[in-house]
Design a protein. Structure first.
Length: 445
């Protein structure tokens, strides 16, 4: 990555235009080229390509929610056991994000993205032909490792291509790939699972991965391995973990994701066994959740840069309310469908803000910041389905997964409050340190 871009991402401002030299269109173009960034209203094409790639990754990550029942029947396992495949993917993401980010820190990012997409596609093929539950489980972990690495490196590439005040917008484009996956990919996977067998869904994702691979090869720019002062150093990047704000951001992300996935992982049986909907309704409701996610991502991407903590508070608090209402009203088909849409809106409204928050507090280590964000989301994606499965196994009913999600979301609001207090105190400390006179400026005697 070019040095000017790296310095910009690290927070160094571009040089201001002198007031006596008004910017004509030509001079503006020259200035933008000099700072090696796009004008503020534009988003680089490569960021959209990364979002398209995330569509394939997200379809695989989320589609099991729509094919859980036919998969469980075919593999002769229980619903909670089938749900563990979702947790297995999330565990692979948790482990893979930091490990692969560290392992590929000094490799060309475009080459790394290509290799990881290829491995991910092969993992989908392995899942499609898996003869046993154990083989399918392993294929999910391998796919997740590749997916995690792509997310970590792709997020670092996305934020490196834009100014620091456009990070939430860039991440909204990538998260938008997940939203579209929920609108189109996940319902399509559920439809295939019901009419052509669950394995057909895996074959479809393998094909999507191939398309994404072509897009990355053709349109994501090549980057040289950094050298000199810009050369990434793992020891320096690891220093971000000494910052308690990084850990608070991690906890907040994990709680928010856990709240959503405690419910989403078991949404299909909740709709059929509690709300009384036919199994054919599942793809439609999953599509509505995805539509809500796209709406939420759009809202969050537009407001998060200016109102970061407000977006986090509002979105996570709204998810708490929606999950509690879903637990109370799950027996009503209309309420279950409507609240599924609303959960998509609230959950994805926070996503750009949560991503941008991590990059803000860990800006000195953009690759590990992306990896930590990915790991944080998937810690929640692991814990949420696991806790939901425990509640189901305890014979508390499928409504219990919504209560589990509501409790996790409420804890997420509390974590956001703590992070906000720490942020204000840190800012106040910096102001005091800056305004205090130095010893050289203090009067003597």
């Amino acid at each position: 990555m070019a040095a000017p871009v790296r310095r910009l991402v690290a927070g160094m401002p571009a040089e201001p235009t002198p007031p006596e030299s008004p910017r004509t269109p030509a001079s503006a173009a020259v200035a933008d080229a000099a700072t090696n960034r796009k004008p503020a209203h534009r988003m680089p094409l490569a960021v959209y390509i990364l979002g398209l790639s995330v569509f394939a990754l997200g379809t695989s990550e989320f589609m099991l929610s729509g094919i859980l029942q036919p998969l469980a029947r075919d593999m002769d396992v229980t619903i909670p056991q089938a749900g563990l495949l979702i947790s297995a993917f999330a565990v692979g993401m948790v482990v893979g994000a930091p490990v692969l980010a560290a392992a590929t820190l000094r490799l060309p990012r475009r080459t790394t993205l290509i290799a990881l997409l290829a491995v991910f596609g092969l993992g989908q093929v392995a899942g499609a032909v898996a003869p046993t539950y154990a083989v399918l489980f392993v294929s999910r972990v391998v796919s997740a490792l590749a997916c995690a690495g792509f997310w970590a490196v792709g997020a670092a590439v996305a934020v490196s291509l834009v100014a620091s005040n456009q990070r939430a917008r860039a991440m909204a484009v990538m998260v938008g790939g997940l939203s579209i996956a929920n609108i189109a990919g996940v319902p399509a996977g559920a439809f295939l699972g019901q009419h052509a067998g669950w394995r057909a869904a895996f074959w479809a994702v393998a094909a999507l991965s191939a398309v994404a691979l072509v897009g990355v090869v053709a349109l994501v720019p090549r980057t040289a391995v950094p050298t000199g002062d810009d050369r990434p150093q793992l020891r320096k990047e690891l220093r971000i973990y000494k910052d308690k704000q990084v850990w608070l951001a991690l906890v907040t992300i994990a709680l928010n994701a856990g709240a959503v996935f405690a419910l989403f992982s078991y949404l299909s049986p909740l709709l059929t066994d509690v709300a009384g909907l036919d199994e054919s309704w599942v793809p439609t409701v999953l599509g509505l959740f995805g539509l809500g996610g796209l709406i939420g991502t759009t809202i969050g991407g537009r407001i998060a840069d200016a109102h970061l903590f407000g977006t986090m508070y509002g979105g996570i608090a709204a998810s708490t309310v929606v999950l509690a209402l879903l637990a109370l009203l799950a027996e009503s088909p209309v309420a279950a469908v409507a609240l599924s849409l609303m959960l998509g809106v609230s959950a994805f409204t926070t996503a750009p803000a949560l991503n941008a928050r991590m990059f803000n507090v860990a800006g000195a280590a953009p690759t590990l910041a992306g990896a930590t964000t990915t790991a944080s989301f998937n810690i929640g994606n692991t814990v949420g389905p696991w806790l939901g499965g425990l509640a189901i196994s305890a014979h508390w009913g499928y409504q219990s997964v919504a209560w589990t999600g509501a409790v996790l979301a409420a804890l997420g609001v509390a974590a956001t409050a703590v992070a906000s207090v720490v942020q204000r105190r840190s800012a106040a400390s910096r102001v005091v340190a800056t305004s205090s006179p130095s010893k050289a400026d203090q009067p003597v005697g």
